[in-house]
Ligand binder design. Structure first.
Ligand code: NAI
Length: 465
């Protein structure tokens, strides 16, 4: 029998990056905290079946690709390179297990009570947690909903987990599919499409829009498209998928105004939907908005007293780090009276090769808003370190206010730009101008020098090209 207390200061529902970070921050601030999670492992989609396992596979598949295609240019000759897919998948599972165990340790260290089961509101300040046929009641002064999101689909697309799959199954195909159709050229489609392409699949990406990576800076997305095509990914843009279903030992995808396509497997990556089903929101009078999200005010408070929501279940990009920041701000606001997220500085990264990263506003957004801006660009092919790495595709682009020179947006395509974008985010958080970046001493030869050079280009005085 559990001896856990049934009264808490804060109950967090969901142990993903939003939930576990919020729970830990609240415990650090002295609250008595419980976190409810229905899955056996802590960490949520991001750790178990999202960000982390996909990055593990992106790393492994990139090494496999390099061993086959780029080592020779470095003067490294290998006998035939072979794929050991079970080992590659097993390594990914170990990375996930290590991180999930780490969160269990953090919960213990911070004296957070872990409640296993499905949480449902029974009234204001109270939830029931159902697990294996039994239910227990818990009460708290504050309850934070951090239940995240799940895979979305399209009408007519029947995800069966075998032939027509979501990202979850695409992290563990038991064999390399000869042919793979990816529906949607967003983050998931491009990342997992890249993984299986590198491992040998013939990959066709179908995208409704006439571009990839909706929301990314258009110039960067167009450059990225050229590079992905060179890697052998095939794209059909302006293509509306009507249906997809299993058919014998493969799947058939019907497309508007074009012949149907067939592949061994299909990956559906057309977005995600908030997880709000079965939460009993009716019991506390919370109604969802037109996209199924929970409406909140600027302190993440829902209409129900003492009930808050953050992350994928509320408005905004469905990104782990956005959820983390919101959870911290929400909890700090509750305890200290202060808590804030700067939504102008939320970076976003596609971990393809090369990576695509951005923070702040795109050129298109600035044009639409009528903001006068200056632009500086620097190509990685003129960066010494990128050339030494043999990885010199792409560019850094900085947009700054035409009058004040304050940086408004930074967009990158290139090696490790998912890491490089942090410098841009820091600069923007401090309200830096492009001149501030340009006058900051950067170690030579390093990739971040491309950022400095792009800042110099805004000022019209680039050195290295
Ligand atoms: P997404 O919203 O990034 O992209 C979905 C794509 O599907 C869009 O380009 C859309 O135009 C296309 N589409 C929609 N309907 C279609 C149709 N009928 N036919 C063809 N194409 C169609 O969604 P995705 O990739 O599934 O990712 C889900 C969420 O997970 C996103 O919010 C993303 O931010 C997040 N995520 C973030 C990652 C990262 O930060 N690196 C990695 C993976 C996911």
């Amino acid at each position: 029998m559990s001896t856990a207390p049934t009264e808490f200061d804060l109950i967090v529902i969901g142990a993903g990056p939003g939930g576990y970070v919020g729970a830990i921050r609240a415990a650090q601030l002295g609250l008595k905290v419980a976190c409810v999670e229905r899955e056996p492992l802590l960490g949520g989609t991001c750790l178990r079946i999202g960000c982390i396992p996909s990055k593990a596979l992106l790393e492994s598949s990139e090494r496999f690709y390099e061993a086959q295609h780029t080592f020779a240019a470095h003067g490294i000759k290998l006998p035939e390179v072979q794929l050991d897919l079970p080992t590659m998948l097993g390594r990914k599972d170990n990375v996930v297990a290590t991180l999930c165990r780490g969160i269990e340790g953090l919960f213990k260290k911070n004296k957070i009570t872990r409640l296993t089961g499905h949480a449902r509101f029974t009234g204001p300040g109270s939830i029931s947690v159902e697990h294996a046929g039994s239910a227990a009641e818990y009460r708290a002064k504050f309850i934070l909903i951090a239940t995240g999101s799940r895979v979305g689909s399209l009408p007519g697309v029947a995800i069966d987990g075998q032939r027509v799959t979501s990202s979850t199954e695409a992290l563990a195909y038991p064999t390399v599919p000869k042919t793979l159709i990816v529906i949607g050229a967003g983050f998931i489609g491009l990342e997992l499409g890249s993984v299986w392409r590198r491992l040998g699949s013939q990959v066709t990406v179908l995208e409704y829009l006439d571009r990839i990576l909706p929301g990314a800076d258009a110039e960067i997305a167009a450059e990225a498209l050229k590079l992905f095509k060179k890697q052998g990914l095939e794209f059909q843009l302006g293509t509306r998928v009507l249906s997809a279903k299993a058919d014998g030992d493969g799947a058939v995808v019907e497309i508007a105004d074009k012949p149907a396509l067939r592949a061994e497997r299909v990956l559906v990556s057309v977005g995600r939907v908030p997880n709000t089903e079965g939460l009993g929101l009716d019991a506390i009078g919370v109604q969802l908005d037109h996209k199924g999200r929970i409406p909140v005010d600027k302190h993440y408070a829902t209409k129900a007293p003492g009930v808050f929501a953050i992350g994928d279940v509320i408005e905004g990009p469905m990104l782990a780090h956005k959820a983390e920041e919101e959870a911290v701000a929400c909890v700090e606001q509750l305890v200290t009276g202060y808590g804030h997220v700067n939504y102008d500085v939320i970076p976003s990264v596609a971990y393809t090769h090369p990576e695509v990263a951005s923070v702040g506003r795109t050129e298109e957004q600035l044009q639409t808003a009528g903001v006068a801006y200056r632009k500086g660009k620097f190509m990685f092919r003129a960066n010494g370190r990128a050339l030494a790495m043999g990885d010199a595709d792409g560019m850094v682009k900085i947009l700054s206010d035409a009058q004040t020179d304050r940086i408004l947006g930074v967009h990158m395509l290139g090696p490790r730009v998912g890491d490089l974008i942090a410098e841009a985010a820091t600069a923007m958080e401090f309200g830096a101008s492009s001149e501030d970046l340009a006058r900051t001493c950067h170690a030579h030869p390093t990739l971040p020098e491309a950022t400095k050079e792009a800042a110099l280009a805004v000022l019209g005085r680039v050195i290295s090209s």
